[in-house]
Design a protein around this ligand. Structure first.
Ligand code: MIG
Length: 646
């Protein structure tokens, strides 16, 4: 059952697609303070799942979190906000229920942090809808919630192939080199990503003519080799006379305004920018149509970035900082003034005060950005999705976004943002997967190998062994870090073998993905969702069910030669070196130490099950559907979920 409770006068977020009547009574289980605060008494053994893209474990209990979409490249245990606001939780205990706080502004969660026995949720204003979802078990609660928020986006089949990206590919030659090096190494590849350097001075929907003299030709040339080019689009539009997107936006009032009614100015990569008012359907339509500049050249995939929106600085705040500097330069600066000043400089980026200074036009009325902040990224991807559905109704386009809110899963996938080449970030990505699936995000993945910091070959191979199971499978890194294209390492063959294994599994993975879409189910689940009575399963933080067939248990520690796993029932261990070279061993229920050499992928098949594998190919268009192996128990069968066109 789903009940909806209304407080004050909420902003219509469009997170949900099902109309649920507003209940007259009071919200069960919680105490409410009438000021946007909700508290729930946690029992000793209660577990809290959810919150989508957030730090810490699968069980969220014991820390606090803030839904405030934020460009934060430091994903650490004490990080409070990342790029998404996914305000859906499941409390598991004597009473088990799901709860969604549908609120577009800043929302704080204290989940047994201040007091272990108390969960407190606080909206900045008492203007929100709260949905309470009950059901027989977690899987049923998720199914109901997902039905409420609508069907998840489905990318094209090729989006399940392997992608290579790096911030720093500057011209055609750089892109061609990536493709040819992969070909030389015999490693499958379906896409190469174009980061901000393809644009002319970081202007959206432009292509630098010097560095990409004929992008359309490049797109066709690569497409003949089975490779798709995927450009980035940033949220901010550069202020520049004569730049069409800027001029149209100004003329037609498509940009967010400041309090004086002028187009608001922030600074991001292009320098001074205006921010499209994605909450306004007219601006959405206008911006969405711009994607056709690139689709006309044959582009069929995009990633949307900086759409929290990220603001490096605003002019006023920067000017204040410079004035302060001048003032200090004539003084004998004390240590307190020194720290106050460096704090001012550090506080330019993503300053909360700047989000108070611009407005959206909602049905002719100005709405302050901070009150609807968490909806911005979702509506950028929505703009693209809706336009492309109109322009090319029979074609699927790849979209994924950095920032999101619940509901954004209808328009595209998300990637998990700027992680680092740290062992702990394999685990961090994995712990987010079930929470993202709960919130509808099925087309997800992280920057494989790590975005920031320098990667290493052993980290890369272990990372591939985790990520080869995730729908989005893209190697991406920041400029200034060590190169991490797979051909840059010593044991290229071992790395390539992992990519081949991915391709052998693509029909199975795509089928599991579609099943999760059409059945409103989770592709990745905590062990406890399937074994609710098993106390040991409840505390497993580093293994997940994939579909009804597998348990994945990646290695995320440097120099590890194996790891402990907990099997909630008898399972078949698979140790795979190549798609056609593996051993299996049936292990009983319980704890096991499982050895795994660096080049060995380890995973587990559920009792009585088997999964289909096909021969790998150099890209998805060359994959045949002929099943070469049924991997698993001899009696196991599997029915491939068939592609239904939307
Ligand atoms: O301020 O476009 O998360 O994937 O490579 C950094 C450059 C802007 C952040 C994205 C990252 C991308 C980078 N962008």
């Amino acid at each position: 059952m789903i009940q909806r409770y209304r407080y004050g006068n909420p902003f219509p977020t469009e997170a949900t697609v099902e109309q649920i009547a507003i209940s007259e009574g009071t919200l069960p289980f919680f105490e409410t303070d009438g000021k946007g605060g909700f508290s729930y008494s946690l029992k000793e053994d209660d577990i809290v799942y959810g919150l989508g893209e957030q730090v810490r474990g699968i069980n969220k209990r014991g820390w606090h979190y803030v839904s405030w979409n934020f460009d934060n490249p430091h994903h650490q245990e004490d990080t409070l906000s990342l790029y998404g606001a996914h305000n859906f939780l499941i409390v598991h205990g004597e009473v088990t229920f799901g709860v969604f706080f549908d609120y577009a502004g800043k929302l704080e969660f204290d989940i047994g942090y201040t007091r272990r026995s108390l969960m407190r949720v606080r909206a900045q204003k008492n203007d929100l809808d709260v949905y309470l979802i009950t059901g027989e078990n977690e899987k049923e609660i998720v199914r109901r919630f997902r039905h409420l928020i609508g069907r998840s986006y489905i990318p094209p089949f090729w989006a399940f192939g392997y992608g290579q990206s790096r911030w720093g590919y500057k011209n055609e030659a750089d892109i061609r080199e990536v493709v040819s090096e992969y070909q030389k190494a015999g490693i499958p590849l379906d896409s190469v990503y174009m980061d901000i350097d393809y644009m002319e001075n970081y202007k959206d929907f432009t292509v630098d003519a010097g560095r990409f003299p004929n992008l359309g030709d490049l797109v066709s040339e690569l497409s003949r080799q089975g490779v798709h080019l995927v450009p980035i689009i940033d949220a901010g539009v550069k202020i520049e006379e004569g730049y069409e997107v800027y001029e149209e936006g100004v003329k037609n009032n498509h940009f967010c305004k400041n309090a004086a009614g002028e187009d608001f100015v922030g600074a991001v990569w292009p320098g001074r920018v205006h921010f499209p008012d994605f909450l306004n359907p007219k601006a959405r339509e206008w911006f969405g149509e711009k994607y056709s500049v690139l689709t006309k050249l044959g582009i069929d995939g995009f990633w949307n970035d900086m759409n929290e929106p990220a603001i490096f600085y605003t002019e006023d705040r920067f000017a204040d900082t410079l004035t302060k500097l001048e003032e200090l330069s004539t003084k004998n600066v004390g240590i307190n003034e020194y720290f106050a000043f460096t704090g001012m400089v550090a506080g330019l980026n993503g300053n909360a005060g700047d989000y108070e200074k611009f407005y959206h036009n909602v049905n002719g009325k100005p709405v302050k950005h901070s009150e609807v902040h968490n909806l911005y990224g979702m509506n950028m991807t929505r703009a693209a999705y809706e336009a492309l559905r109109k322009l090319a109704p029979h074609k699927r386009t790849l979209f994924f976004s950095r920032s999101s809110y619940i509901g954004a899963h209808r328009y595209g996938g998300i990637w998990q943002g700027d992680n680092k080449s740290w062992w702990s970030h394999i685990l961090q990505s994995m712990q987010q997967l079930p929470a993202l699936n709960m919130a509808g995000f099925l087309f997800v993945g992280c920057d494989v190998g790590g975005f920031g910091s320098d990667t290493t070959e052993d980290l890369m191979i272990r990372w591939l062994q985790y990520s080869l199971f995730t729908p989005l499978f893209r190697n991406h890194s920041s400029n200034g870090t060590r190169r991490q294209e797979l051909y840059c390492f010593e044991n290229i063959k071992a790395l390539g073998d992992m990519i081949q294994i991915r391709y052998s599994l693509i029909p199975y993975l795509y089928s599991e993905f579609l099943k999760a879409v059409y059945e409103d189910s989770m592709m990745f689940r905590p062990l406890a969702f399937d074994f609710p009575e098993d106390k040991l399963a409840a505390s497993v933080e580093d293994q997940l069910f994939l579909g009804d067939e597998l348990i994945i248990a990646p290695i995320y520690q440097q120099n590890a030669v194996g790891r402990y796993v907990y099997l909630p029932e008898e399972m078949m261990l698979v140790r795979m070196r190549r798609y056609n070279d593996y051993d299996t061993e049936v292990l009983p229920k319980g704890h096991h130490y499982v050895s795994s050499k660096l080049s060995e992928l380890v995973f587990f098949l559920r009792k009585g099950r088997a999964i289909p594998m096909v021969a790998p190919a150099l890209n998805t268009s060359l994959l045949t559907s002929e099943i070469t192996t049924m991997l698993g128990y001899p009696e196991g069968t599997y029915s491939l979920y068939e592609e239904k066109l939307q």
